[in-house]
Design a protein around this ligand. Structure first.
Ligand SMILES: [Zn+2]
Ligand SMILES: [Zn+2]
Length: 355
């Protein structure tokens, strides 16, 4: 049976952010220093056997694997540098949201299936047309293969104009007319649901300098109706139920919410009207609206792994303080899962119910 799966091929914001050689060198040094201290620890008698991750009886491969496993996520692999791209899959149904640089890797995967034989069908939804959500499209291999059908969707009527312009010289050498696949354009109605296989997709407006539409995707699973809320890019200038109005539904009881947390709360206050948000705003909405899990994303391109890990720590402190304050006022806050997104993160929302 098919499952409701979501995989993130890009979680960075604004611009792809590969690590520089200098940053990699510093990172390697930090890791080796940690390795060194672990070995030292294993050579001194320890009261707690669990501290001994470097048992000398293990082979060097086992020792290194155990060490890598013991590292915090920001140090073992970091958060990634590809821009926005999410794949929502369930049996024969596949939806892509955003064509950021992460789309290139998803294209490579799809080329191993029907798209590689010119028999693929792709449904790609755009939130808006800022570069970081568009830049992967000219590098999406299935679009060059004759026989493939690529359907592009957006609320904004300028969808076709924006995509055609992307394939114009001198921006790109291959013209739109000479693409192999049959590419079609579909304008969506705001806040009106459309069906696509097992999924129901509804666009809701976000708060961004240029109009930007998030998506709520729902499906029936054997454990009930589950939902994914794609909420980038947004400054979250509307937080209360009254302010959000009709767009409140985007968040309500979402099983998984992908939320714009480009800034720490301090940075957010000095970046008014830049169109991006901070994790505490996501927690406030998520706790109030019964969101099960929030994935904080759209990391600033200038933020290194250590800085994002710091923002994660600040978010934990914020939540602890928020819970303590709520307890004092007698308000009960539900449990909520949350984490800062990494390229390649994937989530299974359960087995789809056959209709
Ligand atoms: Zn963006
Ligand atoms: Zn944007």
């Amino acid at each position: 049976m098919a499952n409701f799966n979501i995989k993130f091929w890009g979680v960075r914001g604004s611009l792809p952010a590969p690590k520089s050689p200098e940053a990699l060198r510093t990172h390697l040094r930090d890791v080796l220093l940690r390795y060194d201290s672990e070995i030292e620890k294993s050579q001194t008698p320890s009261e707690t056997p669990s501290e001994k991750t470097f048992e000398t009886s293990k082979s060097s491969v086992e020792r290194v694997d155990a060490f890598v496993e013991s590292l915090p996520p920001w140090m073992s692999g970091g958060y990634g540098g590809e821009t926005s791209c999410a794949e929502i899959e369930g049996g024969a149904s596949r939806i892509i949201i955003d064509a950021g640089s992460g789309l290139r890797h998803l294209g490579e995967k799809l080329m191993k299936g029907p798209c590689g034989q010119g028999q693929g069908e792709v449904h790609l939804f755009f939130t808006h047309f800022h570069w970081d959500h568009l830049i992967g499209l000219p590098f999406f291999a299935p679009i060059f293969v004759a026989g493939n059908v690529i359907r592009l969707y957006a609320v904004q009527p300028e969808l076709e104009l924006c995509v055609r312009r992307l394939f114009e010289r001198p921006f790109f050498p291959v013209s739109f007319e000479s693409l192999g696949a049959a590419v079609s354009f579909h304008t969506l109605q705001p806040r009106r649901a459309m069906k696509l296989g097992a999924f129901e997709i509804t666009p809701y407006q976000l708060d961004h300098p240029d109009p930007c539409w998030g998506y709520r995707i729902e499906a029936e699973t054997t454990a009930g109706r589950k939902s994914y809320a794609h909420c980038v890019d947004s400054e979250t200038t509307r937080v209360s139920r009254e302010e959000l109005g009709e767009d409140l539904k985007l968040y309500q009881k979402a099983s998984l919410c992908f939320f714009d947390a480009q800034y720490t709360l301090g940075e957010f206050l000095t970046h008014m009207n830049w169109g991006h948000s901070a994790a505490p705003l996501g927690l406030e909405i998520g706790l109030r609206e019964g969101v099960e899990r929030i994935l904080f994303a759209h990391h600033d391109p200038g933020a290194g792994d250590r800085k994002i890990a710091d923002a994660e720590r600040q978010t934990r402190d914020f939540l602890d303080a928020y819970r303590a304050k709520s307890k004092q006022t007698g308000r009960h806050l539900p449990e909520i899962e949350w984490q800062f997104a990494r390229d390649g993160d994937s989530f299974d929302l359960g087995e789809l119910r056959s209709s």
